[in-house]
Design a protein around this ligand. Sequence first.
Ligand code: ADP
Ligand code: ZN
Length: 741
Amino acid sequence: MPVTHTSFEGDSAEAASAARVRVLLPLPLAGAYDYAVPPGMNVAAGDFVSVPLGARRVAGVVWGQATDEVDAKKVKPIAARLAAAPMSDELRQLIDWVAAYTLSAPGAVLRMAMSVPEALEAERNLVGYGIGETGRAALADEAAKLSAPRRRVLTEASHAPGTAADLARRGACGAGVVKGLTRAGLLEPVELPRRAPLEPPDWRLPGPTLSSAQDVAATELLAKLGQGFSTTFLDGVTGSGKTEVYFAAIGKTLEQGKQVLVLLPEIALSAQWLQRFAQRFGVAPAQWHSDLGHAERRDTWRAVASGEARLVVGARSALFLPFHELGLIVVDEEHDQSFKQEEGVIYHARDMAVVRASLARIPIVLVSATPSVETQVNVDEGRYGRLHLPARHGSARLPEIRLLDLRRTPPERRSFLAPPLLEAMRATLEAGEQTMLFLNRRGYAPLTLCRQCGFRLNCPNCTAWLVEHRFHHRLQCHHCGHAEPLPPLCPNCGAAGSFAACGPGVERVAEEVALKFPKARAAVMASDTLTGPHAAAEILERVERHDIDVLIGTQVVAKGHHFPLLTLVGVVDADLGLDGGDLRAAERSFQLLHQVAGRAGRAEQPGLVLVQTFHPENQVMRALVADDRDRFLRLQAEERQRHGNPPFGRLAALIISGDSEDEAESAARAYARSTPHLPGVEVFGPAPAPLQILRGRHRKRFLVKARRNVRIQQVMRDWLARVKVPSTVRVQVDIDPYSFL
Ligand code: ADP
Ligand code: ZN
């Protein structure tokens, strides 16, 4: 294992008895704590240890040599060294790096790398039962008085041992039968491995024959493997074969005996990616995301640390897995905002993945059809390389995109689909093909108001309207999860049955589809109508099998699915994302609409995309229709440069929240009194946050804007240090903010 170890074991007896190390604990503490190394124990940086903390025992990581500043009487000894393979220098450096960059406690970052503490303990085998000599003899003896269940269990055990529960299930009887057989000496206890070993992906399996453009890209990418740190943007329209190209790089990395990390947004929804990987490399990849069960996470963590897992595909937190032999990182859909974690340690997994690659001195590939402005600028300025696939693979053509000006062809009253879109849907149905309707809004209606007095139903905890969800018969807050039934009377004027839904959500569009196309088989796909990754996979399979004619969905349908019969995409409200008002609203809209459009006509049939908008002249709509991504990105970059926005300048947000308006207000004033006055630094605020109240907390925001050469972390750190606020006030720093709510 390429782990460099600095040992702190003393050379002489005195040194050994006085040896002290710093141990970082996975807790939001200011730093590492000093602990004494007991005589006879040998620890090195990166070792996992168990230490006393107050009355508790906590697992942590040896972070380095201690200074002698702490009073010897206060330094407690390390309780035990844990079995897990030591954390690599590279991962420890990453943790310190992320903590410093995001202004988080290093322990809070470490916690992401130690999210399953049991994984640190030695793997224990399971107690199982197998057949012994006596059992075999009894089974062979026709005359032996064995009951039918006992005979079944013994027969099963003679094929393979198992746990009591496992044998009972296989023998179709209760666990009591297994116990009885054990007491009678016909079954014997045996040790079973806790889990089947992972099959390694097979890089020897042949991939498809690459087209010449794909081959050029793959060859260049392969040449970077094993050659130290590099960042490459793999560019190409959806369907151009980017996945095939990075699969080639994955195969080569596996062949070189290195591990691979693939980061995907919303991994839970990419059943198709998993299938494709399995087809290409013969086995399912190890996965890492929040929907996994505890035992699965524990096993995967261990398998990554031990090197048994050669490839992991995961959501952003997979970045902190304990790889020791990482050889390649791939970030697919690099522009996706779900890579930004908005709670706890606020970090951008794509950017921190580049940091990990540089610390590990390995290549990283960022993949997208619609890169972020940040990545495009990094390419333009020569920091990132670029490989380009110009066209869709095979006979598939890019779809034709047409705007439907809703001012000229409005939908009927109480409808949301304009006549030309309905017409196209009818033609598509008649041709036996599929339609996808995209609306990035969950629920039935975004706003519910009283027809008598205009009262709007608000969340009691947040500055937000409640959204009606008819599937669940409830009103819901999309910020805090608050849910309540629709009240029978208006709480304001007392009118009965006066509530009216305003505007559409996907459920309301589904209602319109059912009304206008009663024979069409329609399904809704949104994060709240899916009860987990299996529900998503099931709908996607039904679409593939053509059990569904019309799929109506939020952005969960936009991601990399490939449906050969899907030839029409209707965007119900293309203007929705433009209202965000933040510096990335246009970019985000373009990426999402482009991605949705890319679902149409992925196979032989040509695709058509109809985009309903009130703003056909908007830059985003024009770029979509003209298929001029590069010009759009250039305009966006110019605008950012003009305003000194990222990546041409730096941004940081300070979000202050308190239990009451007064508390938030006075804390905000305290920060305002000591705002930094430095060259190249501007401070805006305090302003009430757009989401003034969130989960019952009152919020104020500052935005700090600095020139690119300013060390904005230091500016923020100094500012925070100058201000004292009550402990009930929460202060969050968001470096490179993506959300301005
Ligand atoms: P992207 O990742 O750019 O969206 P994919 O790699 O998913 O593109 O390719 C789109 C489709 O074309 C997939 O079904 C893929 O299997 C197929 N494909 C791409 N390149 C080839 C190739 N060289 N030979 C055969 N099929 C290919
Ligand atoms: Zn709420």
